[in-house]
Each structure stands twice: as structure tokens, then as C-alpha cells.
Ligand binder design. Structure first.
Ligand code: GLC
Length: 711
């Protein structure tokens, strides 16, 4: 009899349900229900996993209760949100996605896993792979952006990094793909709000990242808080039991979101906790995070015939199997395991700096104002984010301590000790206090160049942080316009967890950099870019709206019968531009790249072929740079109206000033598969347009036509 069978034979009903109950240890709960007395629950076997406990001493103490004081000595599963780092914090996911670099994403996840495991954590609630097309939604900050391919590549890389080759490894943690599914399509951009999608949009846009996550072997999946077309994901048997476990073949553990099982009563689909517990368990949710519904409601649900004992035991098996895969029975104290190859603290800071440099997106650059002049000069650093260590980590900063973050002011002062760099915030992030404006303006007036550091506070994005207005908060705009009026060379650093609607700033800044929230090494990374030690390479993972009225906004829209144009009767706004302020993929470098010849072979392709797309690039600028080139596909005639652009790949090429090079992208014809009118995957034959260029701006794409025929 194997361990799981033996344990199941010995376990009482209460102990079985205990393995399905995850409690918050009260360290820093992330939801509306406060953590209770967890030690007692662990000792009696009423809690099989905890979240928000980390640190060698704390985890060793509570794990000892489980393996030495409980009746069956089943080790605890300890979970924590290492969403963009653990103790060393990397850029927000929306920022790191801008690197368009799966190797980097995997490396930062691996580093996060090693730090989390050293803290006794063996499960992380990451990667978040929700498609986000509405910047009003605060959790766009945690997402990899608007595109299914990008989100799929991001999720795969993160899962490889977190889980390593084998979950048994000391430096590995179980990853959780979340939030299943379409959470980012929340009505009106409000967090937790209902979602309503066609089956086509669900399968073409929101499910693909979860297919990739399952194929990458993700150990756990977390359903979203929201309902999809009236069915709360936590109780959605069709999508969890049917699609996730059936069609996608997921065999791991489904963990509810925080208190989400109890909230089935609030959704109005369950009359009481017992019904809520039964709905969730039968849908396929194995672990109830912090709602107590499983613990308090499943026994009653069993008595009322709402669930069966085999259904309970099915989930217990999955949870025990995950604990076995993690090696917890043999080595319950993960923090005590030697971790060969764990990066040193200095190496971690270097990685954080590298990730931050690669996440910065240069949105505007006029008059070659960057890199900063190498000669000593007087630099004014103004705005509420100029010296804001505490903000740099962003939301979901895990075990990160903001005291060791580097602010923009600190980073630049370190990099350019020859310059006279002075600081005057001027205004706060959200308040209306004008008392500092005069001093800040005086400082700017006496300076050679102004660094204007604006944006949101870290808590204005992330969970429960939706905004109905996407301009700068507080009186920052009024302050910025006063600074701009001085006519000094103006470099704007924008910090936020989302695109902000600042066309008035974009058209007047000499340089505008999106720094998201870059993590511990924010200041050093920004200084690297400003001084020219590094060239900006980041590209937008989301379309950037001019006004909040444009959202939801994304490049992969269908053409409609009347695409936006100067003609009156077309799909446009009469009171402003229809196009985004910046398109998906936008990002400037210090080079000036001209796209040359684009050739795709074979031009007459067959199913099963591999298309090779060769792209010529020349750097006509005075400085070296690295360009990112995107490959889109368009099927002009199909059985269904298809997105006018679909990203199928991207590549990078670094070129010195004056250098010409070639980039080759490979695209299997299989990647052209789409869902036909009956939602069946199919490859349509006929003409396809391949479009290559620096972003989803149609006007800047070079096209090449191919034919696809039967094999
Ligand atoms: C939160 C979030 C989820 C997170 C969980 C545990 O409410 O929705 O993403 O993993 O609780 O902290």
C-alpha cells in the first residue's frame, strides 16, 4: 500500500477535510477574512496548508507542529505570493513583460523560487497570466499584458523558473497559474466584477495562456474571484472539471482564491457554506483558501448528500500527491535544505538591476536629450516619485523590504557624482498640498536639465485598486505643467502599475520613460539608461490609451465592416483620436533602426511546413542599440472575421551605429491554426499576409504575402 493509500485509510473525515483547508497565518492576510489560531488547527490536522508564513524560524516552528505534534505527521504546504520576487524584488510583471525575454523571465523566477524555498515556502501563487486590456483594472500591474502569445511565453518561462526540472529540488517551488479565467475582462474595469465573453473570445484570447501553463507542467491553478457569464469560476464545473482537467489535461491541484468559496453565497449561487463547499469541491477546487467553508461546511454537505466521500478523497489525493512531489514528507523543513547554486545577494541585486533595465520603455525622445551630457551639469530632480524608495517595489512585493530599494535620486547621484543633482518633490502623489511647488520651480529654473518624476503610488494598482480616471493623481498635472512652462530640457520618469492617459505630457516632454515599478534596483537601472551605460530596449506589452474612454483597448481587434478612417460612417470617436497614444510593442532605443527587406520562405507553403522569415535591419543612428521586431499575421479572407493583426513571434537584434544585420524568425504553419466557425481548430488555406515591424502600428509594418495549401 503506498503512502497516500495508507494515510487515506487512517485519516478521519476531519483530517481529510483538513488537507483541503488552507489558512492564513495572520502575517499579512491578503483578503477580507483575518487569520485565526492556526497552530491549533495544524496540531489537530484541521489545516493542511498555510499561506503568508515565511522565514526559516517561523516555518520551522509551524512545520514542527505538523510533523511532530499532529496525529498523522502530514507536512504542511506553505504558500506565498512571490509574484515578482521574494526578498529581492524584480520589476512588476507588466514591466518585466516589456523585456520580451523568456530567458530573463525564467531567471528571475528561479531566483525568486530559491529565496522563497530558503524561507520555507514550497508553493507560490504565481505566475499571474491574466490577459489585461483595461488599465482601469488595477491588476493589469500583475499581468503580462494584452497578448495571448506573450502571456503564454511569460507563464511558461515563470513556471520553468519556479518549478525547475523537478519539484523535489531544494530550490524549486510549486507554481500556481492564476486567475483562471478571464479575470481581467471585469466589467467596467472594476476588480472582482462580472465578466461576459463569447466562447470564441474565451478560447482565442483568455484560455491559451492556461493551455501553455498546463503544458509547462504547472503544479496548481487558482480560479478567479469573478463570475463568467453568471457562473463563478470557483464553482465552474464546465471550465475546471471539463476544460482544465478534461480538455487541457491538468492533473494538479486547484486552490481557491482567498475566501472565494464562501463568496459563492454572496454571488448568489449557494444558500449556505455547506452548499458553497459542495459546489466548489464538485467543480474541482481541491483547496479552500481561508474561507473555512470546507472545514465547517463539507461535513454537513456530506450529511445532506451534496457531496460524496470519494469526491472528498479525490481532492485529498491530489493534495498529498503534490506534497510528495515536493519532497515534503522526506524533508518538511524546506528552509534547512542546502541550496546549491543559489545566487549570492550581490548576484540577486545585479539580476534585479538587469531585469529593471530591460523593463524600462522609452516612449518619447526628442532632440537627443538622452543619454545625459557627459559633462558635469546641474540636474533638478522634482516630482513625488523622485526619491520614493517605498514606492519602487510596487504591489505584491512579497517579502521585499523597501528600505533597501534604490530611489531614482539615489541611483543618479551614485552614477553621476560629478553632477550637482538637487531634489525638490514639489507635490505629493495624491494630496493637494501646493506648498512645495515654488521651491521646486526655483530649483528647476536654476538647473541645466530637469528630471520630472511623476506617477502613482504603489498601492494604486494591484488588487482592489481599479481607477476610473487614468490621468496623474492629485495635483501632479498642475505641477508638471508649471515645470514644463519653464522651457528647460525635460526628462519625465513615469512610475505606475498601468498605462496613464497623459497625452498632454507625452507631446511636451523631451524624453518620457515608463518605469512601471522596477523593484529594488529601480534607481540604479534608471541611472544606467539616463547616463547611456545601457540603451533602452523595453517594448509595451499593452496598448497605451490616450483617454480612459478608449478602454478596453487592444491591437488584435477585428476589422468590423467600417474600420476607423477619416470617413464619417466608420468605427471611430468624433471627439478625439481612435488610435492608442502608443501601440502594443512601442519602445524607442538609442539607435535609429530602418527596416529593410523582409522575405518569407517558402512563399507557397504547405501544412506541416516551417516558415522562415528573414528581416534586414540597419541602425542609422549615432549610437548602438537593440531593436525588437514583431511578426504579425493577417488572414484577409476567412470563414470568420479575424483580428486584423495576430502576433506570432518576435526577435531582437543589437546593432552598432551604421551596422546592417539580419534577423530570422521561424514560424510553423501550424501556428496559423485558428478556431473555425464551429470553434474547431483549423488551418485555412489561401493567402496570408505576414507583417513585420517595430510595433503593432500598422503604418510601420512591412508586409509579405504567402499562400498556404494542403500538405
Ligand atoms: C489574493 C489574490 C491572489 C493571491 C491570494 C493569496 O486575494 O487574489 O492573487 O494569490 O489572495 O494572497
Amino acid at each position: 500500500m503506498n503512502r497516500i493509500d495508507r494515510l487515506l485509510a487512517e485519516m478521519t473525515l476531519e483530517e481529510k477535510i483538513g488537507q483541503l483547508s488552507m489558512l492564513a497565518a495572520g502575517f499579512s492576510v491578503t483578503g477580507p477574512v483575518l487569520g485565526g489560531d492556526t497552530t491549533g488547527d495544524v496540531r489537530t490536522g484541521r489545516a493542511g496548508s498555510l499561506l503568508n508564513v515565511y522565514g526559516p524560524e517561523a516555518t520551522r516552528r509551524i512545520q514542527r507542529v505538523a510533523v511532530e505534534e499532529s496525529r498523522l505527521a502530514i507536512p504542511l504546504l506553505l504558500g506565498f505570493d512571490a509574484v515578482h520576487g521574494h526578498r529581492t524584488v524584480f520589476p512588476l510583471p507588466i514591466g518585466e513583460a516589456a523585456a520580451f525575454d523568456p530567458d530573463l523571465w525564467e531567471e528571475t523566477a528561479r531566483a525568486s523560487a530559491a529565496q522563497a524555498a530558503a524561507d520555507g515556502v514550497k508553493l507560490t501563487f504565481a505566475p499571474m497570466i491574466d490577459i489585461a486590456r483595461d488599465p482601469r483594472w488595477g491588476r493589469i500591474a500583475e499581468s503580462p499584458g494584452e497578448d495571448p502569445l506573450l502571456a503564454s511565453l511569460f507563464g511558461e518561462a515563470k513556471i520553468r523558473g519556479f518549478q525547475g526540472e523537478d519539484l523535489h529540488e531544494a530550490g524549486s517551488v510549486a507554481a500556481t497559474a492564476k486567475h483562471f479565467v478571464a479575470y481581467g475582462a471585469a466589467n467596467a474595469g472594476r476588480d472582482y466584477a462580472s465578466t461576459d465573453l463569447s466562447e470564441r473570445t474565451l478560447r482565442e484570447t483568455y484560455l491559451p495562456p492556461f493551455v501553455a501553463a498546463v503544458d509547462a507542467g504547472v503544479a496548481a491553478v487558482m480560479p478567479a474571484f469573478s463570475d463568467l457569464a453568471g457562473v463563478p469560476l470557483t464553482a465552474d464545473e464546465r471550465l475546471i472539471g471539463g476544460w482544465l482537467r478534461g480538455e487541457a489535461g491538468f492533473e494538479g491541484v486547484v486552490i481557491s482564491d482567498y475566501n472565494a468559496v464562501a463568496e459563492l453565497v454572496v454571488h448568489g449561487v449557494a444558500a449556505d457554506p455547506a452548499e458553497a463547499a459542495a459546489l466548489a469541491l464538485r467543480a474541482g477546487v481541491d483547496i479552500d483558501m481561508m474561507s473555512h467553508c470546507y472545514r465547517d461546511g463539507l461535513p454537513e454537505a456530506l450529511d445532506r448528500g451534496l457531496v460524496s466521500l470519494p469526491e472528498i478523497e479525490r481532492s485529498v489525493r491530489r493534495v498529498l500527491a503534490l506534497k510528495e512531489r515536493l519532497g515534503l514528507f522526506e524533508t518538511p523543513h524546506a528552509a534547512d535544505r542546502p541550496q546549491p547554486g543559489t545566487p549570492s545577494p550581490d548576484a540577486l541585486r545585479e539580476l534585479a538591476r538587469e531585469a529593471a533595465v530591460r523593463s524600462i520603455v522609452l516612449l518619447e525622445h526628442r532632440g537627443d536629450v538622452l543619454p545625459l551630457d557627459a559633462r558635469p551639469q546641474r540636474i533638478a530632480m522634482v516630482g513625488p516619485l523622485a526619491d520614493a524608495r517605498a514606492e519602487m517595489l510596487g504591489c505584491w512585493s512579497g517579502a521585499g523590504d523597501s528600505a533597501s530599494a534604490v530611489s531614482f535620486f539615489e541611483g543618479l547621484a551614485l552614477a553621476r557624482p560629478d553632477c550637482d543633482i538637487r531634489l525638490s518633490p514639489g507635490v505629493g502623489i495624491r494630496d493637494g498640498d501646493e506648498s512645495g511647488i515654488a521651491a521646486a520651480l526655483d530649483l528647476c529654473a536654476g538647473s541645466d536639465v530637469v528630471l520630472l518624476c511623476l506617477g502613482e503610488s504603489r498601492d494604486m494598482s494591484g488588487e482592489a485598486a481599479s481607477r476610473s480616471d487614468l490621468d496623474l493623481p492629485g495635483i501632479q498635472r498642475r505641477f508638471a505643467e508649471a515645470v514644463l512652462a519653464l522651457g528647460k530640457p525635460m526628462i519625465v520618469l513615469l512610475s505606475a502599475g498601468r498605462p496613464l492617459c497623459v497625452p498632454w505630457l507625452a507631446e511636451r516632454a523631451d524624453a518620457l520613460l515608463m518605469t512601471w515599478f522596477l523593484g529594488h534596483e529601480a534607481g540604479n537601472a534608471v541611472a544606467d539608461i539616463l547616463t547611456g551605460r545601457r540603451s533602452p530596449t523595453g517594448r509595451l506589452p499593452v496598448s497605451w490609451p490616450r483617454t480612459v474612454g478608449q478602454v478596453p483597448l487592444f491591437y488584435a481587434e477585428r476589422p468590423t465592416g467600417r474600420p476607423a478612417s477619416a470617413e464619417h460612417y466608420t468605427s471611430k470617436y468624433i471627439d478625439g483620436p481612435t488610435a492608442p497614444l502608443y501601440p502594443f510593442g512601442h519602445g524607442l532605443t538609442y539607435g535609429r533602426f530602418r527596416l529593410g527587406a523582409v522575405v518569407a520562405e517558402p512563399a507557397d507553403a504547405r501544412e506541416g511546413d516551417m516558415l522562415t522569415v528573414t528581416i534586414e535591419l540597419t541602425n542609422e543612428g549615432p549610437l548602438a542599440g537593440e531593436e525588437t521586431v514583431f511578426l504579425f499575421v493577417r488572414k484577409p479572407v476567412s470563414r470568420v472575421s479575424r483580428a486584423r493583426l495576430e502576433m506570432k513571434g518576435f526577435g531582437k537584434l543589437a546593432l552598432a551605429s551604421g551596422e546592417t544585420g539580419r534577423l530570422t524568425l521561424v514560424l510553423p504553419v501550424e501556428a496559423l491554426r485558428f478556431l473555425d466557425a464551429a470553434l474547431r481548430p483549423a488551418i485555412e488555406h489561401g493567402a496570408y499576409e505576414l507583417l513585420v515591424g517595430p510595433s503593432a502600428d500598422r503604418a510601420r509594418l512591412v508586409s509579405y504575402w504567402i499562400e498556404v495549401g494542403a500538405a
